[in-house]
Design a protein around this ligand. Structure first.
Ligand SMILES: Cc1cc2nc3c(=O)[nH]c(=O)nc-3n(C[C@H](O)[C@H](O)[C@H](O)COP(=O)(O)OP(=O)(O)OC[C@H]3O[C@@H](n4cnc5c(N)ncnc54)[C@H](O)[C@@H]3O)c2cc1C
Length: 291
């Protein structure tokens, strides 16, 4: 339960933080909310020689709107999503997601960017960001680069970030009119990681047909999964009961769960089917002006 000793740095600028990561390479770990890193260090699953704590760098804690995007800075904590008016009114799927992550104590420290950077397929934000078509901004020695969320999770606990890069911002396009989203998760008890979770973001055209469908799946594969078959099937269709039912079956086919303490692969696949149909119905209600 006691981490191995390490050298601690508390840089005051991003440049300084990047330089430290560059100098110490894979022996260094960046610390933001600490809600995944510190438990892993205590269990000695990771034992970095150097910790680069970014919490004292000013200007990284924001939820803002510009250039048609919602922007979330590296030090924005989960609880800030729950209380943000712009999130509640324009991105209810994000508010849904934040409030089912862990418990209030964890959410007061855990960062949204850290939730993605950790690369854990059991984390809830990756599926939601896949549904929303987000982009992440990585800052490194050569400046900033943008990575589409679909390319961000190449493998288990792995991201497209280089060792010396910091995930400094998440950019989410503002949904056009007639859009709605929802995140649903089944957990064994409050505070647990998902047995399975489904994020759905829909945009309807003027006739009520689906113009864009984004569907992300939590904890039913080695990486967060984009349910492409279900998305493609929905696009251009009138989302009636039969269409929603079929989309649920296709999302289940897109999932790749394994047997574990949370249930059998078969059970989780069926859970994805059920959660997808329910999340689609809620997203549809919201796209039509419901809450
Ligand atoms: C009891 C408990 C229950 C939990 N339940 C859930 C849950 O139900 N759903 C869920 O989604 N999560 C859950 N979590 C995880 C929690 O949301 C984590 O905080 C989150 O996964 C990581 O965010 P963090 O800011 O705490 O990152 P840290 O713990 O500081 O870092 C995690 C990893 O990401 C890297 N990292 C962090 N920030 C950045 C960045 N900006 N740029 C580059 N690399 C970075 C770190 O180097 C480290 O490798 C739970 C955690 C606990 C302790």
């Amino acid at each position: 339960m006691i981490p191995r000793s390490f050298e601690y740095f508390s840089p005051r600028t991003l440049e300084e933080a990047v330089a430290l990561l560059q100098k110490h390479g894979p022996d260094a770990k960046l610390l933001s909310g600490g809600q995944s890193l510190i438990p892993m260090m205590k269990l000695r699953l990771v034992s970095p020689d150097y910790i680069v704590d970014i919490n004292r760098i000013p200007g990284l804690d924001y939820i803002s709107e510009s250039d048609g995007h919602l922007k979330i800075g590296a030090l924005t904590r989960e609880h800030e999503l729950e209380s943000s008016d712009i999130v509640k009114t324009r991105f209810p799927i994000l508010a849904d997601t934040a409030k089912v992550i862990a418990d209030p104590l964890v959410r007061s420290q855990a960062t949204v960017c850290g939730n993605l950077a950790h690369g854990d397929p059991a984390n809830d934000h990756p599926a939601t960001m896949l549904a929303l078509g987000a982009t992440v901004v990585a800052t490194g020695p050569k400046g900033k680069r943008e990575i589409g969320i679909e390319d961000f999770f190449p493998g288990l606990f792995t991201t497209a970030l280089e060792a010396e890069e910091i995930l400094t911002e998440i950019k989410i396009p503002f949904p056009p009119p007639h859009s709605g989203g929802a995140y649903l998760k089944l957990e064994r008890k409050v505070g647990d990681f998902a047995t399975a979770g489904v994020a759905v973001q829909l945009t309807l055209d003027d006739s009520g047909a689906v113009k864009r469908a984004g569907i992300g799946l939590t904890n039913v594969g080695m990486t967060p999964i984009k349910a492409k078959q279900a998305e493609d099937f929905l696009t251009g269709k009138n989302p009636d009961e039969a269409t929603i039912r079929k989309a649920g079956e296709l999302a289940a086919a897109d999932s790749q769960p394994m047997d574990d303490i949370r249930g059998s692969a078969e059970y989780k696949r069926d859970l994805v089917r059920v959660l997808t149909t329910r999340a689609l119905s809620r997203a549809l209600d919201r796209a039509k002006g419901g809450t």
